[in-house]
Every structure is written in C-alpha cells, then in structure tokens.
Design a protein around this ligand. Structure first.
Ligand code: ATP
Ligand code: MG
Length: 714
C-alpha cells in the first residue's frame, strides 16, 4: 500500500491522527470508532514515510491475540515482514526485556514465570512455615495484596503499614514471599512489570539505549493501564519520544485489578502539548445495537461523555431470550447458532460471551453434542490443566533444579514414596539454610538425615531429573517432551487409570507434544525449551491447536475486549451473575460492570442476542434468579423478546403432562437416550418447568426437564 492508499481508508479525524507530525497524541473515542485501526495505520504510515524504521516502533496491545493480528495488519499494509518491531502485551514485552537483561535485572538466566496458581501454592506453603493461620491470613487475600503493591510499584520496604499489626504482618509475608521467589528464580506476573520498570529506572545506560531505540511508542486500550505500566511508558518515552495512546473511558474494565482510569486525565498533564483526538463515527455495529449501547452507558456517572453515531442501517432488533434454566439457555443458543451457520455466517464470526468462566461448560456440552466446532478462550486453559502443569514442571526442573514450585509439584507425582514428612523435612532445611528445595534435599542426603526408605525415594527422584537432563540434552523440543513424559512415568500413571478423565489427561499430554512440535522458536537469547516454557506461562492456551480453522468463539466479556463478531450472544444476564454479586454494593464497581456490559454489546456487528435463565446451577447449587438490571436499561424499542420457542415448549410439555399423570410416578422406570435406564425419585414444578429427578443406573441422579428429556416410560 502506498501512502495515499493508506490514508484513503480513513475518515477525516482518523487521517489527521495517522498523518500528524511526531507529537504526543491521545485518542479517546467510543467502541468501534476505529481506534485500533488508526493505531495500526499510524505505524504503517510512520514506517512508510521513513519517519522511523520498524525497529524504532514499540506497540503495546492487550492480548497476545490482538498483538498477532496487529502485526499481520501492519505487514499487509507495508507488504513486508517487520520482525524487528516490538509488538506485544505489557507482560510479553517486559518478559522480553528481562530475558535480554537478566543480569541487570538480578535474575538467574533460567528464571521461570510463576502463574497465579503456583503463586497461590507458594503463599500457602509460606504461611505454614511462618505458622500463620490461613483462616486469619487468607492466601487469596495475600496474593491480592502482594500483586496490588507490585502494581503500584512498591517493594516491601516501601509499603506504608502505619504500624497497624495486620498490615505489618502482610508486609512481612510479602517480604518472605519475595525471598522464596528470588531463591527459586521465579517471577510472577506483577513482578515482570515491576522489574522491567526497575531495570530501566536504575540503569542509565539501558534506559538511554531503549529511549534511543523506541522513537515511537503506541498503546492500545490505554484506559486499562495500571500505575506501573504507565510509569514504564513515561520512562521509555522520556523527553523526546512521542507517545500515541488510544482508549475509551467507557470500556475501562480492569479497575478491580489496579487499572487506573485516571491515567487518561494525567496524560495531558504529563505529556505537554498532547494532541487530543475524538472519533465519533462507529463503523462496527448496526444503528440498533449502537443506540442500545449508548442508552445503557448513559446510566453511568463520571463519564468523559461522547457522541457515537453510525451511518449504517438500523439492522435487526436485539433478541432477548428468557430460559427456564441454564441448560435450556444453552440449548436455545446452540440451536440459534446452528441457524446462523446454516445462513452462511462463518463460525468464527459467532461469539458466546459470559461473565464467569464456569458458565462455558454447559454451552460447550451443547456445542459438542451438535458437533459444532468451538474454541474457548481463557477458562481452564490448556496450559493450566493439572496434567499439563505436571509435565511442564518436569520440563522446568530439567531447565532449572532450583525451581521450588516445580519441585513441590512433582517430587511425588506420580507417587514414588516421597511422603509429606520427607517433603516437610526438606522445606525446613531449605528455610533454615536459606537454600532451595533441591539444594536442601541434596544436603540432607549428603548428611544421611533421611530414613533409608525416604532417602532412597528422594534420591531416585533426583536421579530421575538428572538423567532426563542428560538424556534430552541437544534434543529438539518435542523429543524432550516425549522423553520426559516417558521417563517420568507421568503418562504411564494416567494410562493405568481407566477412567474417562484419565483418558482425557493422556490426550492432553499427547497434545503437549504436538504443541511442542508446532512451537516456533523465535528468540535467540533463550534455548528452545526455556522459550517454550515462557510461552506456556505467558500465553496460557492462546496457542492451543485447533483442528478447525474457524471455530465458534467462547470467552468471558473481559477477554472479548477489542474484538468484533457478526453475531454475539450475551448470556447469563441475571442479578448476582451480571452484574456480579461482588460488585452490587459499591457504586464504583457497579459502574464497572455496566461498562463490561457496554463492551459486550458493542462487540456485535449485525446481531445481538441476550439471554438469561430463571434457575441457574452454579458451583453445585441451584439458584432462582432475577433478570439483570442491565436488561431493563435497554430501551424497549430496540429489543424483541423471543417467544415462539417457549410456546412450543409449553405445548410439548402439555402433551407429556397427559402422560405424566399416568406415567412419571415416583418409582417408575424410565429410559433416556444418553443416560440409559433409571428410576424416577422425585418431581417438581409444572408446565414448561415440570421436572423429574431420575436415579440412573449408570451415572447416578439427575434432574431433567420433562419437556426436553424425551424420557421413555418402561
Ligand atoms: P474498540 O473500542 O471496540 O476497541 P475500536 O475503536 O478499536 O473499537 P476498530 O476495531 O479499530 O475500533 O474498528 C471497528 C471496525 O470498524 C473495524 O472493523 C474497522 O476496520 C472498521 N473501521 C474503522 N474505521 C473505518 C473507516 N474509516 N472505514 C471503514 N471501516 C472502518
Ligand atoms: Mg480497539
């Protein structure tokens, strides 16, 4: 694309922002107004006009997926690969910086990333060591505290605890936690950012180098930056490098995790002569969808306020579906998705969005039954599954024996006779001498401190790791992975177990070998293995292989930020679920939930379907729910309730009800296509809501809606 083509694709204010001289710019504009598009065009423009070479660009986006698509778009526009350009997430870029400068960062070369799950585990262990009661010092709260302090740029020494005993203790735990991480060469997510800031702050030469290198810094989704990210950007921009930030205050949805909406207001103060840009035309959604979104967000106070319009058509009304329960909601959505696909909408242009990860399962099951390929973003992601984490822990130990989190995880997995008592001894030794678990175990072995049995078991484990390290040296990554699965007997231990779950675990481990095989090793600073481990920790599942090119997209509302789809299903609009119950008592948090709803609605290009259920089973118990207040905030004229299905449901129930008076009595034997035969043990409700509980011979008890279950009376 030449320069005039680049600019012709844009409206007037967009073009001005793209072709502006090298000054600071802040683009604050509503959803779908082309912010991300402008950012990508600006990069292409700067490179094309020779203002900067690709390696002088640093672009920060919110997800790895967004970063990849940003790079693709730029390469298409420029018609050349731009590998030297740094395009990534804050975490990804911070990680890259720390890898290149591990010495300056005071880290071992083989440092590993600690995900939230492992962080939790370490904190629990720490509490035990410090003899603190988990009930008084909940690990989650401590995790929250530590990450929050890091997000604000504070090390334990800098936390002001006002001499309050509780806070003082929290700080002590924070300090002890840091000590463990340091010893084991572990870096948690918040630490990546904090340390990436610190090495620039404390290292004049390094800072000079990067300030000279990154002549243009561009940030998408700026409204969700936190304190440390903002400080890092300021540092890199220095006095000379223009910063180009785009965002939308109405889409700020990470306040609960430390994001500072105030960064938008600070920007114009901190960066003098900033050019502020407003975009008002929406190119994404139909008039109806846009009007509904605008009306909803009007209910928030403290907005910068903006006027978003489209010259596209009004499109179809928003569909609203009231389901009896979550299963029926899923069934409706799956049927509706089938219709969309039949109408020719590509599957990856269809998205199902939900507030909580746990909601995805029933929808997944529905899609599975209908053989519709789908992909879940986030949630129980591939790299977070138990068996995959076990396998990764072995790989991490091969790379770094001092990784305490991995040592704990697999020292007795699969079971090899290393008892809790032995591990406890090792922990105590580690604490007493300020060394890692691996070193402690070695010491205890040398000093013959274990009983013969325990000593043999732990010795065997350590040999195993050493043996794997020797055996796999110089192997390609997938061979390392395969050898590790075999030598560790991890895969064999699951193969012994004949349950369905174990079978899935074996499949997942096989999938890990595939993932290793498909892994593209890019960075030269790292070995293939370390690079893969970093990828697993950072991308957590985004790279999971999918058989299908264009699966239906399932994700939480948080993950959907910045994306767009032809047809969007916004599910579970119930009080307590969305808005989330944790947010309902605080006006600030409630506003954030509403912004999340705004984000959800504005993902839709052509059609939006909203649904809720009267009864939902979450975390094991059934709850009767009220429709979300957000539904009533949508003007009636944009919404059409779906009724046809319900009448059909009632009609079919009535047919069955006749049968029910002479059939579904307690104790009746019935058959179900999928669950097999069973006995009716109780019943409740009537009409479309009539349900029976059946104790199936094979799978145990289940509640079924009579209207749908197609039960046959035996
Ligand atoms: P969000 O706030 O959701 O992140 P955004 O402001 O980043 O949205 P984009 O994703 O950049 O918006 O753009 C929304 C859609 O509108 C995209 O499909 C984009 O290609 C299209 N679009 C934006 N500007 C134009 C334009 N001038 N001409 C044609 N299409 C445009
Ligand atoms: Mg965007």
């Amino acid at each position: 694309m030449d320069i005039s083509d680049l600019l012709n694709n844009l409206n007037e204010p967009q073009r001005e922002a793209v072709a502006a001289p090298p000054v600071h710019q802040l683009v604050i504009a509503g959803a779908g107004s082309g912010k991300t598009r402008v950012l990508a065009h600006r990069i292409a423009y700067l490179v094309r006009t020779g203002e900067v070479s690709p390696q002088g660009i640093l672009a920060v986006t919110f997800t790895n997926k967004a970063a990849r698509s940003m790079r693709d778009r730029i390469e298409t526009m420029l018609d050349m690969p731009v590998r030297q350009m740094w395009v990534g997430t804050f975490h990804g870029i911070a990680h890259r910086l720390l890898r290149s400068h591990w010495q300056e960062a005071g880290l071992p070369q083989t440092f590993q990333i600690l995900d939230s799950d492992d962080q939790h585990r370490i904190i629990k262990r720490l509490l035990k060591q410090m003899e603190l009661d988990e009930a008084r010092w909940p690990p989650k709260q401590i995790q929250w505290f530590i990450n929050g302090q890091k997000d604000e740029g504070r090390r334990p020494d800098h936390v002001d605890h006002h001499n309050a005993p509780f806070e003082e203790q929290m700080v002590r735990i924070y300090a002890a936690y840091e000590e463990v991480c340091k010893r084991s060469g572990l870096v948690d997510f918040a630490e990546l950012l904090l340390r990436a800031h610190e090495i620039l702050l404390h290292n004049k030469n390094l800072l000079d180098h990067y300030q000279r290198r990154f002549q243009h810094i561009l940030v998408d989704e700026f409204q969700d930056t936190n304190t440390i990210q903002y400080a890092w950007l300021r540092l890199l921009a220095g006095d000379n490098n223009p910063l180009f930030a785009v965002g939308d205050d109405d889409q700020s949805i990470y306040g609960w995790r430390g994001a500072k909406i105030e960064n938008i207001q600070r920007f114009t103060k901190d960066f003098p002569n900033t050019r502020t840009v407003r975009l008002e035309q929406n190119y994404r959604s139909t008039g109806t969808i846009l009007s509904a979104a605008n009306a909803l967000i009007e209910n928030n106070s403290d907005r910068l306020g903006k006027n978003l319009w489209t010259d596209g058509s009004d499109g179809e009304l928003i569909l609203l579906y009231e389901a009896f329960n979550d299963l029926e909601e899923a069934r409706y959505i799956v049927n509706s998705i089938k219709n969309c696909i039949d109408k020719g909408i590509p599957r990856n242009e269809i998205a199902v969005l939900y507030r909580s990860n746990a909601q995805s399962r029933v929808i997944e099951e529905g899609l599975l039954r209908s053989a519709i390929p789908y992909k879940v973003y986030g949630g129980m992601r591939f790299f977070e599954r138990q068996e995959v984490k076990h396998a990764l822990a072995y790989l991490r130990l091969i790379s770094n024996r001092n990784d305490d989190a991995s040592f704990e995880r697999v020292v007795n997995t699969p079971t090899r006779g290393v008892g809790e008592k032995t591990v406890q001894m090792i922990r105590e030794q580690a604490r007493a001498y300020n060394i890692t678990l691996w070193q402690a175990a070695q010491q205890l072995l040398d000093d013959k401190q274990f009983t013969a049995r325990a000593g043999n078991a732990i010795q065997a484990f350590m040999y195993l790791i050493e043996e794997m390290a020797v055996e796999t040296k110089d192997m390609p990554l997938h061979d390392i992975t395969e050898a590790m699965l075999k030598t560790s007997t991890l895969i064999a231990s699951y193969e012994k177990d004949k349950s369905e779950k174990a079978r899935m675990r074996v499949e997942n481990l096989a999938e890990l070998v595939t993932a290793a095989r498909q892994f593209e090793h890019e960075e030269d600073e790292l070995s293939e293995l370390d690079s893969f481990l970093a990828h697993a920790a950072l991308e957590a599942g985004e790279g999971q292989a999918s058989e299908y090119e264009d699966p239906v997209q399932l994700m939480t509302l948080h993950t959907a930020k910045g994306l767009e789809f032809e047809h969007v299903y916004l599910t579970g609009l119930e009080e307590g679920l969305f808005p989330h119950r944790m947010s309902m008592d605080e006006p600030g948090r409630l506003d954030e939930e509403r912004r999340l709803c705004y984000v959800g609605i504005t993902r839709a290009k052509q059609q939006l379907t909203i649904s809720y259920a009267n009864v939902r089973r979450l975390h094991g118990n059934e709850q009767y729910t009220q429709p979300s207040r957000f539904i009533s905030e949508l003007p009636k004229e944009y919404v059409q309730e779906v009724r046809i299905k319900r009448q059909a449901a009632v009609a079919s129930t009535m047919q069955i009800e006749t049968a029910s008076s002479n059939g579904f009595q307690l104790g009746s034997r019935v058959a179900h296509v999928k669950f097999g035969e069973g006995t009716v043990t109780s019943s409740e409700g009537d009409g479309a809501h009539a349900r029976v509980q059946v104790n199936f011979d094979d799978i145990g008890s289940k509640w079924l809606v009579i209207a749908y279950a197609k039960l046959q009376i035996l």
